[in-house]
Write a protein that binds this ligand. Structure first.
Ligand code: CA
Length: 222
């Protein structure tokens, strides 16, 4: 289970992360609202723990923007009794559950397990752009009925572009997501791989799904 915690009190975030790691969760932490929202929108998580008072963007704003972007990952909000907002606001805004600070670790784990059992509402599992489809669970890519064989890196690159179909993504963004965060090589590798993909998903079918946006990056036509 992948969990994202968005909490600016690093001590608390670290304590929760350590505890949950020992329960088998893969925990990622963000320490401000902007980074938290970005991760919530672009990385897959099974559950998100979201604090309200955050630098950058408040927890409420993060939640609102997530839901507006159709990201339905279950969210547990951390509220403070003396805070500006209360639990009713949290639920109104689309949180799935809340916990008031201070809370015990045992109670947090119980709430998270309950949320995970309920799960997120069904989301489309197959990504598509016209007759190009990609099924991340089955690792399959097709153009119409035609099966396309992709390497692991090509697959990840196409999945990333499909998840952001219609948007321009820069080479740097692609590098960060598809290659390792610490990859320090040349961004030309992105061009090389976009070329490989085009030869497999576009050229044989006389399509131009992946557009080059001069000076900005690439855009997958949806
Ligand atoms: Ca806080």
């Amino acid at each position: 289970m992948r969990m994202l915690i968005i909490e600016d009190e690093r001590g608390l975030a670290a304590a929760i992360a350590d505890g949950l790691a020992s329960e088998g969760f893969v925990v990622e932490a963000a320490y401000d609202g902007v980074d938290g929202l970005w991760r919530a929108l672009h990385e897959p998580h099974d559950v998100i723990v979201l604090d309200i008072m955050l630098p950058g963007l408040s927890g409420y704003e993060v939640l609102k923007r997530m839901r507006a972007a159709n990201v339905w990952t279950p969210v547990l909000m951390l509220t403070a009794k003396d805070g500006e907002y209360d639990e009713a606001d949290a639920l109104d805004l689309g949180a799935d559950d809340y916990l008031s600070k201070p809370f015990s670790y045992v109670v947090l784990v119980a709430h998270l397990r309950a949320l995970l059992r309920r799960g997120a509402p069904p989301r489309p599992t197959v990504l598509a752009a016209n007759d190009l489809t990609l099924d991340p669970a089955r690792r399959r890519c097709r153009r119409g009925n035609h099966e396309i064989d992709l390497t692991a890196r090509e697959f990840t690159l196409l999945e990333f572009l499909l998840r952001r179909a219609g948007q321009v993504v820069s080479k740097t963004e692609i590098l960060t997501h598809v290659w390792d965060e610490n990859f320090d090589g040349d961004t030309n590798i992105v061009e090389v791989y976009v070329g490989y993909l085009r030869r497999k998903i576009d050229a044989p079918f006389d399509r131009r799904t992946i557009e080059t946006v001069r000076g900005a990056g690439y855009r997958l036509r949806s």
